[in-house]
Design a protein around this ligand. Structure first.
Ligand code: GLC
Ligand code: MG
Length: 747
């Protein structure tokens, strides 16, 4: 960890020293970016669909933040990949990015490289690996920042568990992508299967609901994309455009002849008069980039053809017939258009160029007094406009999307309607002939980029925003968590048992522990026999009173830990000491009375008897949990400004809980507090409220006769489906995991 000694009290943007606590404590940031090939050097951008702009963004952001004095540490967590088909560097557990930033790679899921769509079922494992890793660290992060929906899921779980605020950047959104594919003629059933849209969009709704801050690159991303999500709240969003590397993208040196021989060679063989100003288009080979309109404009205007050469850089290509469908269409149109308008000698379309050559290509165009054209039908952000600005190249750009905001900041060119060919011609001629304007645009771009679009500027704004957020949150929360409690503050009776035990068996009550009297006795005997090494825990949906009643009825000895009300409460030992740290953690955002009023009118819900209600649990009967639209209920709560965790069980129960409460979270809290690894916990259950304690790294046992809600766990490598129901099933689980044999005896 770096910057722990140097305590930075930092200066606000007004130059005044601020005295508060948050400001003087260096920031510790946990970043999550799960998919693709992530490393610090020689990014393999474009190697596959998962290794692109997001990877570059995340690595550059982490690096830049790690160079700011206000930041103590940035840990960028990604997946550790063990696969001979990708370089060894993705198998390194740790890689430094800058003074106080590093990549941490945690293994989860099968070792080989996997595309992002198939990582979903393994994300609970990553949550647990993060938790285990965090416990080895000197302190917990101040914020968690997740990138894309997969990391968003992991970030949300960690945030709920640890009470650390979540920042989220979507990078792209499922709903937008899905509708784009449908417009392109793809069938919804096939794409839903291929891209896992249902899961992705549900997770996105939940993450946008939970996150304290959403980072967008442009305002239009907020209004056109995020706003299609019911749970999105624009007041929690901030626009922070990405930065670029000014060391790479600099203007051509004016004092010396520009030496870019190799770049020049890219074009010379295409062009009759290579000295003319260059109209440059630079993009992926994608038909939505609307290069056809540019070619038509150029071809139809004699003045333009006289004034300039057209240079089109659209990725690199080998045999067009091997490219993917859209790229094939793009190149075919391109070649046919050049032929149709007979533009030989006037248009350059180099087959290859290297990433290193890109800055020189801009410089070459700038030196020729040319212009960058981005005629895209819709541009999400428009990074090329910024790269052009940095090299002193003016731009003509689409009025649709991000470029509006970029040009408003940089004033280095003009916007055109991408479908208006004559407007495009006019704008191009103006840029190429009005010398005075060209110089003004060129200068304005160079100066503006240094002000608006560097990673340092981004990082500084980021730090100020996060600082405000932490400040606000500190006021709201009674107990800011810089560290989760460990067991030293707990009464000695439980400390002895739980600190000594190396393993714990935690089971659900109804339909799991009880149901088969003989099996129950066998299991209790097993627990007795192993009582010096294995602690005994119960996690139930019942209230404390109702659970105690059942224990008495079945003569079950008092467990070491009794988790009640679906994880909302934790009690220890014979004296049922309440874990007050958990209690204050869980009650965050809980408004029981308002929830009860809001749900009183919800169709199909009937309140359970008073003996099943508790201060942190509202329980209902429902007609059928399979037809219950939990997402519609969530949306209804959202519009009333209420937050809750809704859990359906046994086909007929619905529990409404504080957002941070669940059985899974309660037992992860216990593991963290008492120093158990998650695979030291054997966990058994039979219905919906058990799901999140069975998933992830715990040794899960689903007993026979379980309800349908647990089907989603089948195939999970850490979940064993026992044949026998009730306690007999638990005993089968103990045998399956060799839980007894593997116990490491404490000396
Ligand atoms: C237990 C509780 C009930 C709850 C159900 C599901 O049966 O008594 O209130 O709804 O578990 O968690
Ligand atoms: Mg049960």
């Amino acid at each position: 960890m770096c910057n722990t000694v140097a305590q930075h009290s930092y200066v606000s943007n007004h130059g005044t020293q601020r005295q508060d606590e948050v400001l003087t404590k260096p920031l510790n940031i946990l970043m999550l970016s799960v998919h693709g090939l992530v490393r610090g050097q020689e990014l393999e951008l474009g190697r596959d669909a998962d290794t692109g702009g997001q990877v570059k963004y995340v690595v550059e952001l982490a690096r830049a933040l790690g160079e700011q004095p206000e930041v103590e540490q940035v840990n960028l967590i990604t997946r550790l990949i063990d696969d001979a088909s990708v370089p060894e560097s993705y198998h390194q557990p740790e890689e430094s990015l800058s003074a106080c930033a590093r990549i941490i790679r945690l293994p989860f899921a099968p070792r080989r490289y996997l595309r992002k769509e198939v990582l979903w079922p393994h994300l609970d494992q990553l949550v647990d690996r993060c938790l285990a890793w965090l416990r080895t660290q000197p302190r917990l992060p101040d914020v968690i920042h997740s990138h894309y929906a997969d990391a968003g899921y992991v970030g949300e779980q960690l945030s709920l568990l640890l009470g650390i605020p979540l920042i989220h950047t979507a990078h792209s959104l499922g709903r937008e992508k899905r509708s784009r594919l449908i417009v392109a003629g793809r069938k919804s059933a096939t794409i839903d299967k291929q891209f896992n849209f249902e899961r992705r969009i549900a997770v996105e709704e939940s993450v946008l609901d939970h996150a304290s801050l959403i980072v967008a690159s442009t305002r239009q991303e907020i209004t056109a994309q995020y706003a299609t999500y019911a749970s999105f709240d624009a007041r929690r969003a901030v626009v922070l455009p990405p930065g670029i590397d000014l060391a790479r993208f600099s203007p051509p040196p004016w004092w010396a002849a520009f030496d870019a021989v190799t770049t020049q060679q890219l074009f010379n063989r295409f062009l009759q008069s290579p000295k003319k100003p260059v109209v440059l288009a630079l993009s992926r080979p994608d038909t939505r980039k609307n290069i056809g309109t540019l070619i038509a404009a150029y071809a139809e205007s004699e003045t333009l053809r006289e004034l300039s050469n057209l240079v089109i850089i659209a990725g690199t290509r080998e045999d067009i017939r091997d490219a993917d469908e859209d790229a094939q269409q793009f190149f075919t149109d391109l070649l046919l258009d050049i032929d149709r308008y007979d533009l030989y000698g006037k248009v350059a379309i180099p087959k290859h160029h290297s990433t290193d050559q890109v800055p020189d290509i801009y410089r070459y165009a700038a030196r020729s007094r040319g212009v960058l054209v981005n005629p895209s039908l819709n541009e999400n952000f428009g990074l090329t406009l910024i790269e052009a600005a940095a090299t002193g190249l003016p731009v003509i750009a689409t009025s649709q999307g991000g470029p509006q905001e970029i040009i408003a900041n940089l004033r280095h060119g003009t916007l055109v309607d991408p479908l208006d060919k004559s407007a495009l011609i006019e704008a191009l001629i103006e840029a190429l002939t009005n010398r005075e304007k060209w110089r003004r645009w060129s200068r304005s771009g160079i100066l503006g980029v240094a002000k608006h679009y560097t990673w340092v500027a981004h990082a500084q704004k980021y730090i100020r925003t996060v600082d405000r957020l932490l400040h606000k949150q500190k006021k709201q929360m009674r107990r800011p968590l810089s560290q989760w409690p460990t067991h030293v503050n707990t009464p000695s009776e439980q400390r002895n048992v739980l600190a000594r035990a190396r393993r714990m068996l935690i089971t659900d009550l109804d339909n799991t522990l009880v149901g088969d009297e003989a099996a129950l006795r066998d299991l209790l005997a097993w627990l007795q026999e192993h009582s010096s090494e294995v602690a005994f825990g119960i996690a139930t949906g019942r209230t404390l009173d109702s659970a105690l009643k059942l224990l008495k009825e079945y003569r079950i000895p008092m467990p070491h830990v009794l988790v009640t009300s679906v994880g909302a409460e934790i009690h220890y030992g014979m004296r049922l000491v309440t874990d007050t740290s958990w209690q204050s953690h869980v009650k965050h955002l809980w408004r029981r009375d308002d929830l009860s009023t809001a749900l009183a009118i919800a169709p199909g819900l009937k309140l359970q008897p008073a003996s099943h209600q508790s201060p942190y649990k509202l329980s209902y009967f429902v007609d059928n949990t399979n037809t219950l639209a939990v997402s519609a209920l969530q949306a209804q709560l959202h519009t009333s400004g209420l937050k809750a965790n809704l859990v359906a069980s046994h086909g007929e129960f619905l529990d409404v809980l504080p957002v941070r409460a669940s059985k899974g979270r309660a037992i992860r809290y216990l593991a963290y507090k008492w120093g158990f690894q998650l695979n030291d916990l054997l966990v058994s259950g039979d219905s919906g409220n058990d799901i999140d304690m069975l998933a992830g790294d715990t040794l899960g046992v689903v007993v026979g006769g379980h309800s349908d809600e647990l089907k989603s766990l089948s195939g999970d490598e850490h979940v064993f489906f026992a044949e026998a129901p009730f306690a007999r099933g638990i005993l089968q689980g103990i045998a399956h995991y060799q839980f007894a044999a593997n116990i490491k005896l404490v000396n």
